[in-house]
Ligand binder design. Structure first.
Ligand SMILES: Nc1ncnc2c1ncn2[C@@H]1O[C@H](COP(=O)(O)OP(=O)(O)OP(=O)(O)O)[C@@H](O)[C@H]1O
Ligand SMILES: [Mg+2]
Length: 337
């Protein structure tokens, strides 16, 4: 649905050039929810704004729904852009207009006839759960409700893609969840491809299918959210993952543990406790749980257990082999802090 090829954005400022996006290649499939994470200044917004040409890329290409946007201009570009809706952290509603008028504005801009606008506004407000707010002004709405209006407005012209720039960053945790669930509903029911940028990993964990990590304008790692949680490769990805699922042991535990520390990774439907108990018994090991959790990412379980094991060296080796044979990934953690 979206193909980004060698995209670069350089900003020219009084103090010189600033590199916003640095040769990014990325493919986002039709119907997926794709998360882009990174710290402030990583280039997330720059990349997102280049997707709908809100920002003109310095070089590189962007295809959306089979059309090379970077080759279009004028009316053709305006038409192509209607396929892309966008929502923002600070909503950007027009405060002098009612909720209904805010949405009408987008419909009008796309040339929708006046008599069709009223029914469309009702449909959209129903979709976002604000049927009773059509004649209310934005100042009378909560943050979550304002974002719902932002979403209704972004969907007004039946886009194929929805770009979300920190759409939940100004909201409390409960409201954040309700907006994320609404985005998921829109994705599933309307088949809209969603690209979501955030610095909050739990947002990605909640609704994204795949993700990319950005640092200094570059995409440094990408993959399915499950795979990234299970085996993050880059240090920065590990740091983001650790903000929601943290398997680190306190230093004094690491220091005092006598046996080997095994990190066991259970992916998918493995009866983790059973396999561990079974292995420990089979090889007559003394075992001690130091840490353990089963997380559900996209409803698929991911179990991580830190186990201290003591026994004969060869038995421990055979136990590790036995785990591997049962599709449990094993890593020996160092004792150093
Ligand atoms: N309009 C601009 N003019 C000059 N430099 C810019 C402009 N917009 C962004 N930048 C610079 O480009 C780099 C990437 O910024 P960008 O806003 O894309 O990051 P971000 O990942 O979205 O950060 P945040 O999480 O803070 O929103 C930064 O160094 C930033 O200062
Ligand atoms: Mg940003």
């Amino acid at each position: 649905m979206i193909q980004i090829e060698q995209l670069t954005k350089v900003y020219k400022t009084k103090k010189g050039e600033v590199l916003g996006v640095d040769h990014v290649d990325l493919t986002i499939e039709k119907g997926e929810i794709f998360g882009i994470v990174g710290y402030s200044g990583a280039g997330k917004s720059s990349l997102l704004r280049c997707i709908n040409l809100l920002e003109q890329p310095t070089s590189g290409k962007v295809w959306v729904d089979g059309e090379n946007l970077t080759s279009l201009s004028g009316e053709k570009l305006r038409r192509a852009r209607l396929k892309i809706g966008m929502i923002f952290q600070h909503f950007y509603l027009i405060s002098q207009k009612t909720v209904g008028e805010n949405i009408a504005f987008a419909l009008k801009a796309a040339g929708v006839a006046e008599k069709r606008r009223a029914t469309r506004i009702e449909e959209l407000l129903k979709m976002v759960g604000l049927e009773d707010k059509q004649h209310v002004y934005p100042s009378q709405l909560s943050g979550g409700q304002k974002q719902r209006v932002g979403i209704a407005r972004a969907l007004a012209n039946n886009p194929k893609v929805l770009l979300c720039d920190e759409a939940t960053s100004a909201l409390d945790p409960k409201t954040t969840l309700s907006i994320l669930h609404l985005l998921k509903k829109i994705n599933r029911e309307l088949g809209i491809t969603i690209v979501l940028i955030t610095h909050e990993m739990h947002v990605v964990k909640e609704i994204c299918d795949r993700m990319a990590v950005m640092q200094q304008g570059k995409v440094i790692e990408e993959g399915s959210v499950y795979q990234m949680f299970a085996e993050p490769k880059e240090a920065l990805t590990q740091e983001f993952i650790a903000s929601v699922v943290n398997y680190r042991l306190p230093p004094h535990i690491l220091r005092d543990v006598q046996g080997q520390i095994l990190k066991l990774l259970f992916k998918g439907d493995v009866a983790s406790q059973g396999v561990i108990a079974d292995t420990v018994r089979k090889f007559e090991l003394a075992a001690n749980f130091l840490h353990g959790s089963i997380d559900y990412i996209q409803e698929k379980p991911l179990g991580v257990f830190l186990l201290e094991v003591q026994g004969r060296e060869e038995d421990i080796e055979r136990a590790k082999q036995y785990f591997l044979e049962r599709d449990v990934e094993v890593e020996v953690l160092p004792h150093v802090v």
